[in-house]
Design a protein around this ligand. Sequence first.
Ligand SMILES: [Zn+2]
Length: 338
Amino acid sequence: MRGAVIHAPGDVRFETLDDPKILKPTDAIIRTAVTCVCGSDLWPWRGLDAVDEPRPMGHEYVGFVEEVGRDVTGLRPGQFVVGSFATSDNSCPHCVNGFQSNCLHREFMSTCQAEYVRIPNAAGTLVTSDGVPDERFWPGLLANSDVMGTGWYAADAAEVRPGSTAVVVGDGAVGLCAVIAAKEMGAERIIAMSRHANRQKLALDFGATDIVTERGEEGVARIKELTGGIGADSVLECVGTAESMRQALHSTRPGGNVGFVGVPHDVAIDGQELFFSHVGLRGGPAPVRRYLPDLVERVLTGRIDPGKVFDLTLPLEQVADGYRAMNERRAVKALLKP
Ligand SMILES: [Zn+2]
């Protein structure tokens, strides 16, 4: 089969690779229906995460079950499935508590920009649909695999409630999906922090009520202005830089909550400042599996359309162009078709 391999920053190649095989009896192999490039794939692409040796890329997927290991129950070849970027048995204590992305048997997906993919913990990870969904739903279902599930967790972790005010820091695919989540959870006011016209438009389409273009302390001042000097009930931090985290913490009212889902890079939080702020913090890799059945339903009924974050579609063999387009912000998110 063929798939994407990163050799060095800025150097992703589409290469012939060994076909994935069942390595454990709990594995399945899927044939990729669609996959994509994630904003977090840009960290190694930009050299901000080390690339010590060539390695496959990609952690988002929907596909068709091709083969299952002998211990995999409830799945059979031909089924259409979606799963999270973090695999889980969906039965250990952490899974039962709803934190499947911290499963005791967790394995992170990392080979999905390819024609075939091995899925560990297949029975607990993969969610099936009745029959094969119409192809127009595939982008939305693919978004559920990571960015929509992660945006949902940001809103959940920040405790968005009906009638509340939510601020979304970050206008990448996760931030845009976080706007959808805040809307679905009933936030009355959703303030998207974005400087890019096309992303502002998408945020407004998804339910944002206000756009703030300022950043840093100016951005915080603007949020305070929009919230009667108080700050927001919930702030959804979807970037992962020191600046975005500071912006999130300072935009939250005392007693409010920050949900942070951007993978932190050089983020440090001052204990005294946090203590006196009365702000609650919860983050981490999203337990997407917890939300998947519900999100699949919302997509297939047309209630939400997170697939709109894909503004570039490429054949899988042009995966490198997807990285370039996203790196240069010519695209929010690139969909790849085998
Ligand atoms: Zn588990």
